[in-house]
Design a binder for this molecule. Structure first.
Ligand code: NAD
Length: 254
């Protein structure tokens, strides 16, 4: 049996993971968050000692903030524990930290832990590989009003999938939000639009548009439970794996 430790335990995802773990029969060693929050995980108050939590679990699950990613990876490395990173808003320097830590411990990082989105990304990659630059790709996402980063980690994950299908780096073709006199759309670019409001758990639509026709494929998350279930599945899969960087696709054998 895998014992998990939750980082960002007082947050919406941290609490959802604790709830799903209890229902799924997965052991929870405890949770950590920033000082001053008041929340419980597995009947115990959420603490602040990441090193102590790492030593008590098999796999850490991190849904917190990019600001503390470095410290969380260091704690996982020091305790020789696996870690699932679900936090979004990661910049290239965070990915470099993950790559470096993954030479010592198993790390699974994903902008979306749901089964449906992981499959959607595989479909998007395939469709993009079959359509030429005369098909414009646009990604529209909507999330709840509390979300702090844009485009969403999932929108970027879908953009990466489309860019891989076209064998180009996403950074070279991404239009991350348009405003004002932007000029005409560039052929081959991948556009992003982010909507925020209400309590939407996560809607994503990938639009392939050419003259006279459009293909639209998407995913709607009805609650955070799907992300929590996927994160726990990822943690169980990661437990016992050799050091390295893994993806959600690996969990699903895609
Ligand atoms: P949230 O704001 O409800 O929770 C984040 C928690 O992290 C909070 O309890 C906060 O106190 C804690 N935290 C923030 N900064 C911290 C710091 N410096 N030190 C210690 N703790 C700190 O947010 P959420 O909705 O639970 O989402 C958390 C993260 O997970 C976000 O990046 C979000 O985009 C991402 N997310 C990923 C997926 C996925 O499938 N990968 C799904 C949903 C959300």
């Amino acid at each position: 049996m895998t014992t998990i430790g939750i980082l960002g335990a007082a947050g919406r995802m941290g609490q959802a993971i604790a709830d799903v773990a209890a229902q799924a029969g997965v052991a929870v060693a405890g949770g950590v968050d920033r000082a001053g929050v008041s929340a419980k995980v597995a009947g115990q108050p959420v603490g602040t000692d990441v090193a102590a939590l790492a030593s008590q679990c098999d796999v850490l699950i991190d849904f917190s903030s990019p600001v503390v990613l470095g410290a969380h990876l260091e704690a996982a490395k020091a305790a020789d524990r696996a870690i699932v990173v679900g936090t979004t808003g990661l910049e290239p320097e965070h990915h470099a930290l993950i790559d470096a830590a993954a030479t010592h411990i198993p790390i699974l990082q994903t902008g979306n832990t749901s089964l449906g989105v992981t499959l959607l990304a595989a479909v998007v990659r395939d469709v993009a590989s079959r359509l030429g630059d005369d098909w414009d790709i646009e990604i529209v996402e909507m999330h709840h009003r509390h979300k702090v980063d844009a485009p969403s980690g999932t929108a970027l994950l879908l953009g990466e999938a489309a860019a891989k299908g076209r064998a180009v780096p996403l950074a070279d073709v991404a239009d991350r939000g348009r405003d004002g006199i932007t000029g005409m759309r560039q052929p081959g670019h991948i556009g992003f639009a982010a909507l925020r409001g209400g309590s939407v758990a996560g809607d994503h639509q990938v639009i392939f548009a050419t003259d006279g026709e459009r293909i639209e494929i998407g995913h709607r998350a009805e609650s955070r439970v799907i992300f929590a279930k996927g994160a726990i599945k990822a943690a169980q899969w990661l437990h016992g794996k050799p050091a390295g960087r893994y993806r959600m696709e690996d969990v699903l054998g895609l």
